[in-house]
Design a protein around this ligand. Structure first.
Ligand SMILES: *Cc1c(COP(=O)(O)O)cnc(C)c1O
Length: 228
């Protein structure tokens, strides 16, 4: 894709985001659009940055670490959105500004132990909206207990919740469940105002349900190259 095509796709998506926000009676300015750049080369991230993108998302630790190292000259906020192995927690912490996928107490503990200075790490509790335990995320029933656990770890700053919509359900109803758990967690942690939800195929429904952070990949970057 040429730089001009990328620019056009980015502004088209931003227009659709703004339209969806207004349709939901929301201020588009309160919604953060994270561009998911997984499997794409660092040059694409460089082009996005030149187009004003400040927030990027990656789902694999090694790729995140490599791209971040290659792009240290750019002012970017890096979001880790993938399933995290506990033994990669230190590397994830080093390479991330925000970790969206804290789905169990052991991972939170490992991220906490990996702190090397006084800066706290922004984290979200990932909630699994499906019945499939392999999809990643805490169950809805366990999410509040996990949030309380995170609140006890002083190097982590709980910012809210994250989820991916199920494939076999209307995203609007799934995101309603996410919104409910987000509201309950906010009673425990008034700072935890973020709802990370909405991808290329379902960001309008996510915005209607209150999403504050969208994770959009292919609508902006085009199809992903084969997984390497
Ligand atoms: C890849 C990915 C996205 C972006 O998906 P698109 O459908 O390309 O927008 C969002 N969230 C997560 C967790 C992902 O892995």
């Amino acid at each position: 894709m040429t730089y001009e095509d990328l620019a056009a796709r980015l502004s088209a998506i931003d227009e659709r985001i703004a339209d969806s926000a207004r349709a939901a009676g929301r201020d588009p300015g309160e919604i953060t659009r994270i561009v998911v750049t997984k499997f794409h080369p660092a040059q694409l991230v460089r082009d996005l940055h030149a187009l004003g993108v400040g927030e990027v998302g990656e789902n694999r630790q090694q790729e995140l670490t490599a791209k971040r190292a290659e792009l240290t000259d750019l002012d970017l906020r890096w979001h880790f959105i993938g399933q995290a192995q506990t033994n990669k927690a230190a590397a994830i912490r080093r390479a991330s500004d925000v970790v969206h996928s804290v789905d169990r107490a052991r991972l939170a503990d490992s991220l906490h132990r990996a702190a090397t200075d006084d800066r706290s790490l922004d984290v979200l509790v990932q909630v699994n909206l499906t019945e499939d335990a392999d999809r990643g995320g805490s169950t809805l029933a366990d999410a509040e207990a996990l949030a309380e656990h995170v609140l006890g770890l002083d190097s982590l700053r709980l910012r809210g919740v994250m989820a991916v919509a199920p494939l076999d359900e209307d995203p609007a109803s799934a995101f309603t469940r996410l919104r409910e758990v987000a509201d309950r967690i906010r009673l425990l942690a008034p700072d935890a105002t973020w709802i990370s939800a909405g991808m290329t195929g379902d960001f309008a429904e996510a915005i209607a349900a209150g999403a504050t952070h969208l994770r959009i990949g292919s609508a902006i970057t085009g199809p992903r190259p084969e997984r390497g």
